[in-house]
Design a protein around this ligand. Structure first.
Ligand code: N01
Length: 503
């Protein structure tokens, strides 16, 4: 057995459990709660950090907030009537996740400081052997909820390692770094950068924003939630449910433009263009901030304060590429050297090259990453042939750029839970999907992705893998994803009764 976090829970967790869940972000928590609700308690949650929360725990940079309204970006089983703003900031979301974990008894299953270093399927014992920094665990079922926005990418820029000022990735913010009066450089202009730049710009002496590709930005309609609304949410849960439903439907309409009729994105692009026009007066700066691809090809960003921050007297938008980083400066390809005290890398995450995929080895000894060399293949985004009793949450083609990931996570959790009940109900030692089901799903994704703005919008993004395939996004309405996962497709799986080998 191993002690769980002393401050939060008093339990001990067995090193051999029926189910091991990797990660305790939205996906891991959602899965753990589902198991508890069904009365399944023989599981362990392996968490590398010292708190639950996943990417919301890790992204503490100033200005970190969600760009999906909280009424939608929350668990359906745990509506929160007390969200203070329509779009919550990181501390509120993190507090919500910690509360949820406490309320539903997840802490007592969680081992903190357990970073998975390797996991391998033992075909004789029909078990996963999971090696972590907190020792070895064994489980019949492995559920990876490690997430896609878990491991930051550090750009391959010459001299970056030689930088002697403060260097931090947006996803690994260090509060101890004092920004007052400092010359700051921010590399990247994605969702993270456009939040951190306005949050720190008033405080620093100067800020240089290194932009490789200008993003599309639309206005953010954020406001405090009125007390009357909170009152209604608390006493009339159906009202909050209705608001959630409306938000869901409204956002879902965007999918039509992204996947089927790109012309429907034109009004959205117009709104973004007008937003830029209104907020940036200088024509030269405006031109530099104007994207050169169709809106939606990359994630559409929302902000009211990014453009004003970049247009501020102490800010500079740098569009020349970075040639090298020196110990105290950044040099661009036009030969300009900018003295820099603090360098912020808002350069994103390993999404199409998931680090966890290098650690999990299936029946034939190959890692998921090796099996996925030609592209990430799965059955219904959740299971992989050759990896018995393994389930992926927030794996390939589950991402959504327009709506709440929590909806997708809950769809997957329900599917995995059904699979677990099949394993129990049929007394199986192992359950594994077929290569044929995988191939069919691959074709379905390729077919649905054809002509989408992500492939045809004229941009490069992390939505596509190195082969140019959409391996991250669900290319259709999200209710279709839910429908697809609503019933476990038993016919696409081979079950191994206890005591037998998989053919
Ligand atoms: O990362 P990104 P992010 N030299 O990969 C640039 C979620 N999220 O952390 O566009 C120079 O989107 C890169 O340039 P380019 C959300 O799903 C959500 O911002 O590739 N620049 C780009 O500008 C989001 O999509 C919220 O040309 C380099 C930036 O770095 C995802 O997280 C908030 C470079 C990376 O953008 C990731 O967003 C924050 C280099 N070598 C994040 N390498 C919500 O509100 C990279 N770049 C919910």
């Amino acid at each position: 057995t191993v002690e769980t976090k002393p401050a939060q829970n008093r339990a001990t967790v067995r090193r051999e459990a029926k189910i091991a869940i990797v990660g305790s972000g939205f996906a891991g928590l959602g899965m753990a709660v589902q198991l508890r609700q069904r009365g399944e308690t023989d599981f362990v949650v392996l968490e590398r950090a010292d708190e639950v929360g996943g990417t919301w725990r890790d992204n503490t940079y100033p200005g970190a907030a969600c760009d999906v309204q909280s009424n939608l970006y929350s668990f359906s089983f745990a509506p929160n009537p007390d969200w203070p703003r329509s779009y919550s900031e990181q501390p509120e979301i993190q507090a919500y996740l910690e509360n949820t974990a406490a309320r539903y008894g997840v802490y007592e299953h969680t081992v903190f400081g357990a970073d998975v270093t390797a996991a391998r399927w033992d075909d004789d014992a029909h078990q996963w052997i999971v090696l972590t920094t907190a020792g070895e665990f064994r489980a019949q079922v492995l559920i990876s909820a490690a997430g896609a926005l878990a491991d930051p990418t550090y750009p391959d820029i010459e001299g970056l390692r030689s930088f002697e000022g403060e260097l931090m990735h947006s996803a690994r913010w260090d509060d101890a770094v004092d920004l007052d009066g400092k010359r700051v450089g921010v590399i990247g202009t994605g969702a993270s950068a456009i939040q951190v730049v306005p949050a720190i710009q008033p405080q620093v002496e100067s800020i240089a924003v290194y932009q490789r590709t200008a993003p599309w930005i639309v206005p953010r309609s954020d406001r405090p939630v009125k007390r009357s609304a909170q009152f209604l949410y608390r006493h009339l849960p159906l009202f909050q449910k209705a608001v959630r439903g409306l938000l869901y439907v409204f956002r879902e309409l965007l999918v039509v433009g992204m996947t089927k009729r790109r012309r429907l994105l034109e009004p959205v692009q117009k709104v973004a263009r007008a937003h830029l026009q209104r907020q940036v007066r200088d024509p030269k700066l405006r031109a530099a901030l104007t994207p050169n691809f169709t809106i939606g090809c990359k994630r559409i960003l929302i902000s009211n304060d990014y453009y004003p921050a970049v247009a501020a007297p102490n800010a500079e938008l740098v569009t020349s590429g970075i040639a090298e980083v020196r110990p105290h400066s950044v040099v661009t390809t036009d030969g300009v050297e900018r003295p820099t005290d603090v360098l912020v890398l808002a350069t994103g995450f390993h999404v199409t090259d998931l680090p966890i995929a290098e650690k999990i080895r299936g029946r034939d000894g190959r890692t998921l990453a090796q099996v996925w060399e030609d592209g990430m293949v799965t059955n219904r985004s959740t299971t992989v042939a050759g990896f018995p009793n393994m389930f992926l949450l927030v794996g390939p083609n589950v991402g959504v750029g327009h709506t709440s990931m929590v909806y997708m996570i809950e769809s997957q959790v329900a599917y995995v839970d059904q699979a677990l009940q099949v394993i129990d109900g049929e007394g199986l030692a192992a359950l594994e999907t077929t290569p044929e089901a995988q191939q069919a799903y691959r074709e379905l994704i390729a077919d649905k992705s054809k002509g989408t703005v992500w492939l045809a919008g004229g941009c490069a993004s992390w939505y596509l893998d190195k082969h140019g395939h959409n391996s991250t996004l669900w290319p259709d309405f999200t209710f279709r994803f839910r429908k697809m996962l609503s019933a476990f497709d038993r016919e696409n799986y081979v079950g191994v009764p206890a005591g037998r080998e998989l053919e």
